[in-house]
Design a protein around this ligand. Structure first.
Ligand code: ADP
Ligand code: ADP
Ligand code: MG
Length: 496
C-alpha cells in the first residue's frame, strides 16, 4: 500500500481524500494557496505547504512545484481529485517519471480519452453506440455544413478537448453555422489551448446517464451501476441520483456491459466514468469518458457500500480488484444536491463573501461532503460549490424526504445559495416521478421558479428549537441579512 500521498487539490474533495487516507493509515500532505491558508483541509492533513497565490494558475495548477513538494516530503503518490490537474496527461506523466504514483489512469489513457473524438473511436471498436457525427476534427465551417446536411439539423458543435460544458454550440440551421463554429473554436482555444472541433447530432430532450467503473492494473474491470445526471442547468449537473427511475434492468445491464467493454478496450485503470445520453426512444449513445473521480461519486458509494477513494488507493498501490461483477451488490436509493454560493433569483450570479453562520442537521441517511467551516470565505478564485448533500434510504421517497429535511435545516448567512432552488426542484412533480430530461430546468422549471419568487423570497426563520441559536445570532440583523430562509414555510409544500 502507498504510505504517504500528496493531495493536489483543495476544498471538499481534498477533505474527502484525506479522510479515507487517514482511515487506511496513509500519511497525507496538502498544498494550499494564499486564499486557503486557513481552510479545513490544511489542518486535516499531516503536513501542509504553501504553494502560491490564490489564482489557480499560480497555485493548484503549478505542476512542477506540486511535484517538488511531493518529492521533498517523501510522498509515494499524488491524488489529483477532480478539476485542476486531474485530467492533464502531462502531469500524470511527470509523476510517473518521478516515480511518484499518479492516483488515476496512465498518462497515455488520459491523453487518449481526453479527446472526445478519440474516445468515440475506441467506443466504436468496442461496439458501443456513439452519437451520429464526425470522429475526425473538422477543417472549417464549410465541412461542418456538408456533414450537418447529412445528419440533419439541429446539430451540436463540440470541442474535442472540451469539459465543464465549454466549447459547445447547438446549430439549428446552415445560416448559423459559420458564426457558431467560430465561437466554439475560439472558446475551446481559450479554455483548453486546443481548437479541434467536431460535430454530433443534437439529441432532443435527452437524459444523461453515466456508469462508474473500477479497473485494476491487471485488466479486471467492474461497473458500479449508473448515476442519473439529467437535472442540469447550462450543461452542468445540479442534482444526481442513483438508480435512475427511467432505465430498466435489462437496459442497465446492457449499458453497464458497454461501460466495461469500453474501459477494457482503452486499457483503462483506476476509477472512471462513462457518460451516455439516452434519447426519447431509450436509445443510448456514448458521450465521453471522465478519467478521474467524479463530483457525484458519493451516491455510488452509498448504493454499493464501496469507498471509491479507498478503491482508487488500493488500485494505485498495485492491488487486484479482488471481486467480480457478481460480487457488486446494489442497495437503496441515493441523491446528491450540489449546494452552491449563487443567487438563483438573479440568474445564478456567483455570490461571494464570508460565511458568518452555518448550521445543518445531518445523520440518519444524510451525509455532507464539504471543505467549508463557519468563518470561511467563498471567493471568485475557485468554483462556487459550498457542499454536497447526499441522502440515502431503502426507498426513493425516503431518500427525497431526507434530502428535503437536510435542505430545510441547512442555514447559511453571508452568501446567497441555491438551497431554495434545489428544494423546489425536489418538490416538482417531474422530479417526484423521475420524469425529467436535461432540458427540464431551462425549458420549464426556471419560469415556474421565477414566477413564484415572492412567496419564497426571504421567508423568515421560526419554530424548531435547534435554530433558535441561529435566530439569536443572526435574526437580530433582519434587515441587513443576505439570506435566511425557512423552508418549513407552508408555501413550499404546494409547489409542484
Ligand atoms: P463531474 O463531471 O464530476 O460532474 P464537473 O463537470 O462538474 O464534474 O466538473 C468537475 C470539476 O472540474 C469542477 O470543479 C469543474 O469546475 C472542473 N472542471 C471540469 N472541466 C474542467 C476543465 N476542462 N478544466 C478545468 N476544470 C474543469
Ligand atoms: P463535457 O465535457 O462538457 O461534460 P459532454 O460531452 O459530457 O461534455 O456533454 C455535457 C452535456 O451536454 C451532456 O450532459 C448533455 O446534457 C449535453 N450534450 C452533450 N452532447 C449532446 C448531444 N449530442 N445531444 C444533446 N445533448 C448533448
Ligand atoms: Mg461530460
Amino acid at each position: 500500500m502507498l504510505k504517504k500521498i500528496l493531495i493536489a487539490n483543495r476544498g471538499e474533495i481534498a477533505v474527502r481524500i484525506i479522510n479515507t487516507a487517514k482511515e487506511l493509515g496513509i500519511k497525507t500532505v496538502s498544498i494550499y494557496s494564499e486564499f486557503d491558508k486557513n481552510s479545513l483541509f490544511t489542518r486535516l492533513s499531516d503536513e501542509s505547504y504553501y504553494i502560491g497565490n490564490s489564482p489557480a494558475t499560480e497555485s493548484y495548477l503549478k505542476a512542477e512545484s506540486i511535484l517538488d513538494v511531493a518529492k521533498k516530503t517523501g510522498c509515494d503518490g499524488i491524488h489529483p481529485g477532480y478539476g485542476f490537474l486531474s485530467e492533464r496527461s502531462f502531469f500524470a506523466e511527470m509523476c510517473e517519471k518521478a516515480s511518484v504514483k499518479f492516483i488515476g489512469p496512465t498518462h497515455q489513457a488520459i491523453d487518449f480519452l481526453g479527446s472526445k473524438t478519440n474516445a468515440k473511436k475506441i467506443a466504436t471498436i468496442a461496439k458501443v453506440p456513439t452519437v451520429p457525427g464526425t470522429v475526425e476534427p473538422l477543417r472549417d465551417f464549410n465541412e461542418a455544413i456538408q456533414i450537418a446536411k447529412k445528419i440533419g439539423y439541429p446539430v451540436l458543435i463540440k470541442a474535442s478537448a472540451g469539459g465543464g460544458g465549454k466549447g459547445m454550440r447547438v446549430v439549428n440551421s446552415e445560416q448559423e453555422m459559420e458564426s457558431l463554429f467560430t465561437m466554439a473554436q475560439n472558446e475551446s482555444k481559450a479554455s483548453f489551448g486546443d481548437d479541434k472541433i467536431f460535430l454530433e447530432k443534437y439529441i432532443l430532450n435527452p437524459r444523461h446517464i453515466e456508469f462508474q467503473i473500477l479497473a485494476d492494473e491487471y485488466g479486471n474491470v467492474v461497473h458500479l451501476g449508473e448515476r442519473e445526471c439529467s437535472m442540469q442547468r447550462r450543461l452542468q449537473k445540479v442534482i444526481e441520483e442513483t438508480p435512475s427511475v427511467k432505465i430498466n434492468d435489462s437496459l442497465r445491464k446492457e449499458m453497464g456491459e458497454c461501460a466495461v467493454k469500453l474501459s477494457k478496450e482503452a486499457g483503462y485503470s483506476n476509477a472512471g466514468t462513462i457518460e451516455f445520453i439516452i434519447d426519447e426512444y431509450n436509445k443510448y449513445y456514448f458521450l465521453e469518458m471522465n478519467t478521474r473521480l467524479q463530483v457525484e461519486h458519493p451516491i455510488t458509494e452509498m448504493r454499493t457500500g464501496l469507498d471509491l477513494v479507498k478503491e482508487q488507493l488500493r488500485i494505485a498501490s498495485g492491488e487486484k480488484l479482488g471481486y467480480t461483477q457478481a460480487d457488486i451488490k446494489f442497495n437503496g436509493y441515493s441523491i446528491e444536491c450540489r449546494i452552491c454560493a449563487e443567487d438563483p433569483y438573479n440568474n445564478f450570479l456567483p455570490s461571494t463573501g464570508k460565511i458568518n453562520y452555518i448550521s445543518r442537521v445531518l445523520g440518519n441517511g444524510l451525509r455532507e461532503d464539504t471543505g467549508i467551516q463557519q468563518g470561511n470565505e467563498i471567493s471568485i478564485y475557485y468554483d462556487s460549490m459550498i457542499a454536497k448533500l447526499i441522502s440515502y434510504a431503502p426507498e426513493r421517497e425516503m431518500a427525497i424526504a431526507k434530502m428535503k429535511r437536510g435542505l430545510e435545516n441547512y442555514l447559511i448567512d453571508g452568501v446567497k445559495t441555491n438551497i431554495s432552488f434545489l428544494y423546489q426542484l425536489l418538490c416538482s412533480k417531474e422530479f417526484q416521478t423521475g420524469d425529467y430530461n436535461t432540458q427540464f430546468i431551462e425549458k420549464e422549471f426556471l419560469n415556474r421558479f421565477n414566477s413564484n419568487k415572492n412567496s419564497f423570497d426571504n421567508v423568515y426563520l421560526e419554530s424548531a428549537s435547534y435554530i433558535d441559536a441561529a435566530k439569536n445570532k443572526i435574526g437580530k440583523r433582519k434587515n441587513g441579512i443576505s439570506e435566511i430562509i425557512n423552508l418549513n414555510s407552508s408555501n413550499w409544500k404546494n409547489f409542484s
